[in-house]
Write a protein that binds this ligand. Structure first.
Ligand code: GRF
Length: 321
């Protein structure tokens, strides 16, 4: 079996979503494994099942501790388990900003409503009271504000005429169990999706001043300057120009720097066939652990090399001090 991404599931109660993830992970082609189930409630019913399934568990009550202290204890246990992602599944704790910051883009939650509707509690009753035709559930990334991060996926669940909150909750739960595992699988493998990678490069390239996208020989490229006289500072390559894999080409200061990079990290860099001759370098983006800050720094450096003087002047002055 391939290396699978380790996730830690945090629960406070019955843990049926945790169970759904554990069973999804039993499929041979599931890209994640549940490395740890952790709880702030030492006798949370879900822990029994996790244990019976042979999964490591960790518990530590939050009583008598500050939010930050408790979060730190959980953080240490999660890191110790080697988990790359945290999956909140009925974890009834508000998390400190510090903890959320540490797991930025690596922590998911499931909420029993069609967000942004009905954040917080009593979601089913509120949907019934509003006369909604559908309730549902959402998987979202966790940000400091409760139930507010970007929604990754949702499932609508029909409301039937005789539903009360309890009956509706049971039906929504069926949808939750399907949605969580599939969304998690898709999210953690997003770096294998060329469209996602392209959008990341695009976002960073277009965040630089006076830039725009223009295809070049059938692949997206980014230029700085005016429409007419602008210059390319990056190209996206998805097996273009005879290369393998997904990469971005950026400009180095010349062939010396290019060969130093190739020596220093041959797994990350390669010389692109056509552009390599003029000192461009390719950065691989399909390694599964791309450091996007590093890519953003490269784009900026490359941008700076070809940007019109009027744009770089202020930066040069600032750097002199
Ligand atoms: C679910 O309804 C989930 O949407 C919410 O908490 C509940 C957890 O249930 N975040 P379980 O412990 O997974 O059974």
């Amino acid at each position: 079996m391939k290396d699978r991404v380790k996730v830690a599931v945090l629960i406070s109660g019955r843990g049926s979503n945790m169970a759904a993830l554990v069973y999804a992970a039993k499929a041979d082609d599931c890209p994640f494994e549940v490395a740890l189930v952790a709880s702030n409630v030492p006798d949370a019913p879900g822990l029994l099942l996790a244990k019976a399934e042979g999964i490591d568990i960790f518990t530590h009550t939050h009583h008598g501790l500050s939010r930050e202290e408790h979060d730190q204890i959980m953080h240490d246990a999660i890191v110790e388990a080697g988990a790359d992602y945290i999956v909140l599944a009925g974890y009834m704790r508000i998390l400190s900003d510090e903890f959320v910051g540490k797991w930025c883009d690596h922590m998911l939650n499931i909420h029993p409503s069609l967000l942004p509707k009905y954040k917080g509690l009593n979601t089913y009753q509120r949907a019934l009271d509003a006369g909604d035709e559908h309730a549902g559930c959402s998987v979202h990334l966790v940000t400091p504000t409760l139930d507010d991060g970007p929604v990754l996926a949702q499932t609508e669940v029909a409301i039937l005429p005789d539903d009360d909150a309890e009956v509706l909750a049971d039906r929504v739960l069926i949808a939750e169990h399907q949605l969580y595992a599939s969304t998690l699988a898709q999210y953690i493998t997003r770096e294998a999706d060329p469209d996602w990678i392209l959008n990341q490069v695009r976002k960073h390239a277009l965040a630089l001043e006076e830039t725009y996208e223009r295809p070049s020989f059938g692949t997206p490229g980014w230029r700085v300057g005016s429409e007419k006289t602008g210059k390319y500072f990056a190209y996206f390559s998805l097996r273009h120009f005879g290369e393998s894999g997904t990469s971005v080409f950026v400009k180095t200061s010349g062939l010396d720097e290019q060969s130093a990079l190739l020596d220093a990290d041959p797994d990350l860099y390669f010389a692109p066939k056509f552009y390599g001759k003029s000192g461009w370098i390719a950065i691989r983006l399909d390694t599964g652990h791309t450091d996007w800050d590093h890519v953003a720094d490269w784009l900026k450096k490359s941008w700076r090399m070809v940007a019109p003087k009027k744009l770089t002047k202020m930066m040069d002055i600032a750097e002199e001090f």
